[in-house]
Design a protein around this ligand. Structure first.
Ligand code: UT7
Length: 341
């Protein structure tokens, strides 16, 4: 991609090609924050958190461990699985709402950490839907032959924007990263279709008021706790179920597939009740659903990326299996993707 380094560009070609996921990887911090720990911080209980969300514990990164560090660790694991070196990567896309800093892009920091000196790098912000948005952007670059190898990462240090005094939100989120290497291996399998959507009229349901051009950091904004995320939980819940179901159905329709043909459904890990409601409305059995939110909580853009890696590593997904990813997040944004592994 970068002519400065003298690497030849992939030759443009009119015919598009399929895009496979050649490797996946994930990383979560070692520190565990259990529901019992939260009972000592806010007025909550393990019983409330478990029954209302399904979450038992989440991972919290160290003070000196940032989004780019977790992203790079997940990326190295995906690169290892794909047999790809940093030098071979043409493009890095990092989906995150918790970049190391407003700029430069966390993707540039990752580029340096993994030695991907030929790669272009940028961040994308689609909140919890970011990994599917990233997969689709990466797929377009591979399909059009503009790139040979694309690294897509979902990574978050949500603990840095969590209000640890707000019991409505602080029990929900965790830190982590997941990554995928996209390439064409000549086979027709890979990312079969992707659906993406957004509705900015509901931006206020889930947002962080401070820190942008509308409300830069001041003593007042910090005092008013505007630099933490805020969510209207039950409205977000309803929108999540509705949007995830219609995105999933549309993705299946585009592939001419029935839900019974899907081996593994990986939904955004926000709330067990959302996952169960989506499963029942799209006709998926509990056995088809992959769930790990009991261990990690909601890791936003990293959520389905970590889950995909765990599903592959544990053998839940085998070569040739059909996989349905479904996401939903702030924006509002949503999406779904059908993969053939
Ligand atoms: O990743 C992006 C997408 N995110 C989501 O989709 C999350 C969507 N929302 C949710 O998962 C749920 O709405 C929550 C888990 C956030 C909340 O569950 P809920 O069943 O919608 O509860 P609620 O907000 O209606 O609150 C019910 C009660 C309230 O008390 P009152 O007003 O009825 O007395 C809350 O104050 O539960 C109370 N409550 C808590 N109690 C103990 C809220 N948080 C807690 C807590 N511990 N941590």
């Amino acid at each position: 991609m970068n002519p400065k380094h003298g690497k030849p560009r992939a030759r443009p070609h009119l015919r598009s090609r399929a895009c496979s996921i050649a490797g996946v990887g994930s990383y979560v911090p070692t520190k565990v924050l259990a529901n019992a720990d939260l009972e000592k911080m806010v007025d909550t209980s393990d019983e409330w958190i478990t029954t209302r969300t399904g979450i038992k514990e989440r991972r919290i990164s160290a003070k000196d461990e940032f989004t780019s560090d977790m992203a790079a660790k997940a990326a190295r694991r995906a690169m290892k699985m794909a047999g790809v070196t940093g030098e071979q990567i043409d493009l890095i896309i990092v989906a995150t709402i918790t970049p190391d800093m407003p700029f430069p892009a966390t993707a540039c920091l990752v580029q340096q950490k993994i030695g991907a000196r030929h790669a272009a790098a940028f961040d994308l912000e689609a909140a919890c839907s970011g990994f599917i948005y990233g997969l689709e952007i990466g797929r377009q670059f591979v399909a059009s032959r503009a790139c040979e190898t694309v690294l897509v990462i979902g990574a978050e240090k949500l603990s840095s924007i969590t209000d640890w005094k707000d019991r409505n939100t602080c029990v929900l989120f965790g830190d982590g990263a997941g990554a995928a290497i996209l390439r064409s291996d000549g086979a027709a399998r890979g990312i079969l279709t992707t659906v993406m959507g957004a509705d900015g009229s509901k931006a206020g349901l889930l947002h962080m008021p401070g820190g942008g051009s509308r409300c830069p950091a001041t003593m007042d904004s910090v005092g008013a706790r505007l630099h933490y995320l805020r969510m209207e939980g039950s409205e977000t819940f309803k929108n999540a179920v509705q949007a995830m179901c219609s995105a999933a159905k549309e993705a299946l329709r585009r592939c001419n597939l029935d839900i019974t043909q899907i081996h593994c459904v990986i939904p955004h890990q926000a709330n067990r009740r959302i996952i169960d409601a989506v499963a029942s409305r799209i006709g998926a059995t509990p056995g088809q659903m992959f769930v790990n939110l009991d261990r990690y909580g909601n890791t936003s853009a990293a959520s389905v990326a970590i889950a995909l890696d765990e599903a592959v590593a544990s053998g839940r997904i085998q070569r040739g299996d059909l996989v349905l990813l479904i996401v939903f997040g702030a924006g509002l944004t949503w999406g779904a993707a059908v993969l053939q592994w």
